[in-house]
Design a protein. Sequence first.
Length: 580
Amino acid sequence: MFKKLLASVGEYKKTSLVTPFFVMGEVAMDVVMPLIMASLIDQGIQKSDSTVILKLGGLLFLCALFALFMGTMGGKTAAIASAGFARNLRHNLFERIQSFSFSNIDRFSSSSLITRLTTDVTNIQNAYQMIIRILVRSPLILIFSLTMAFHINKELSMIYVLVVPLLAVGLFIIIHFARPIFMKVFKTYDRLNRVVQENLQGIRVVKSYVREGYEEQKFSTVSTAVFDNFTKAQRIVAFNMPLMQFAIYTCMLLLSWLGANLIVDKGTLTTGELVSMFNYTMQILMSLMMMSMTFVQLMVARTSAERITEVLSEESDLKNGAQPLQKVPDGSVEFDDVCFSYKNDMDKLVLENIDLKIRSGEVIGIVGGTGSSKSSLVQLIPRLYDATHGVVKVGGHDVKDYNLEVLRDQVGMVLQNNVLFTGTIAENLRWGNETASDEEIVRAAKIAQADSFIQEFPKKYETMISEGGNNVSGGQKQRLTIARALLKKPKILILDDSTSAVDTKTDRAIREGLAKEIPGTTTFIISQRISSIQDADRIIVLDDGKINGIGTHAELMQTNQIYQEVNNSQQKGFGEHVIE
């Protein structure tokens, strides 16, 4: 775990290593200054020697100034190192997530990944800063202050031998009981992020069903759980302060009483030495308190570190072979006895014994009832998932033999859930081809029947799309995503129910435009509307993950009962004659 995390320190190793040296310089001054103070009191103030007062006072001032400089530099380098470490860690996490297959992402929830990229990384950042600064400073202060205290007076220093172990045990007990609660908090954070994410993504549904109250209650419940867990943990951690104050006051009282006896009765201790003992007491106990606070932070960070390491250790299910193919010859597709399960379980198949041979340039329609695995079938082509059994071939080669980027670059997909990103319309369309000219963008938009409504916007192609494309209609969003896919000029184009929000006239215009623009592209059209696929070269009828029939519209109208029923129900629904 530590090895994976520390790999993200990267170019900030030097800053991380320099910080402890600045801290050690600050510690050295903090330990020396009480001794100078003791000499100042004993040799200067009590003897009214102005020369000694000026000399030691000046030295004390220089030490304080040097300690200030070293502390400031240590704080600066620690902040730079920890912020840089967090930046690299966040980048490595995001890069790892980008390499995940759909099944990898399914294993983590999106809300959990967001928490790991934000809250967990911040916890690691804070812990790292404490490790290279406070966790260096506190033990050094503790060791050297104890050493100096014993050097001044062994009898008085026995107070620390009694108090420090009791304080250490108390702090350990606090950490022991607080840690499980902090671990529970992060799981609750995942739920909180999920509730917020679902609400914002589905805000239109929430409002249309007047479910704001329900959503507020759901958010309040999980938010209260976070509050309760944090409150419970902080109540335990809060014992830190009274325990520390008890230790400090106990030491002060014992030092005052025993120190006064040593000064007055025995004369084995000077006033200056007693003052320095008070200073060392504060340093010793404060170092222990700072260490306890650091351990609490490390305890929180350890949970975060485990969650982050989970993501960094996750290996993508989809990998390139040793010598992947760098070119897709054509758009032919073949399914050879393909079975598929999202859980990689042959007893829970969503596709079963699929055998298909599709020639390059064919237009293939796919129809079937809800849950018949139409989308699952086409997602195997660009290798968004791997087949559980059998072989999927593109251009005559197993999809596993291709470089993933090369394969997917030749497959244009317009999925059911159309997604647009924040930016201009032109920027969104250039996702299909980042080097596309303005003329190519306009041409793709015209084929997708999107240019007409784009021209109505005041800024036309420079119109800003809001997050998720919420400022355009469902039909407009579908046409923009079709134009985006066209700009790829792919060998295979998959339209997964991508014209469901447009009228039949626009749907036909889009299909006619595609036939003229990309006649050599193999096109898969998944649709619930028979009118969208009836002109396809062949139509595949899926039923419960199996192929129920293959043929042209005319052939299926004669031979396939499912296809006949779908067609008849749709035509009767529109009050039209049945298409034969």
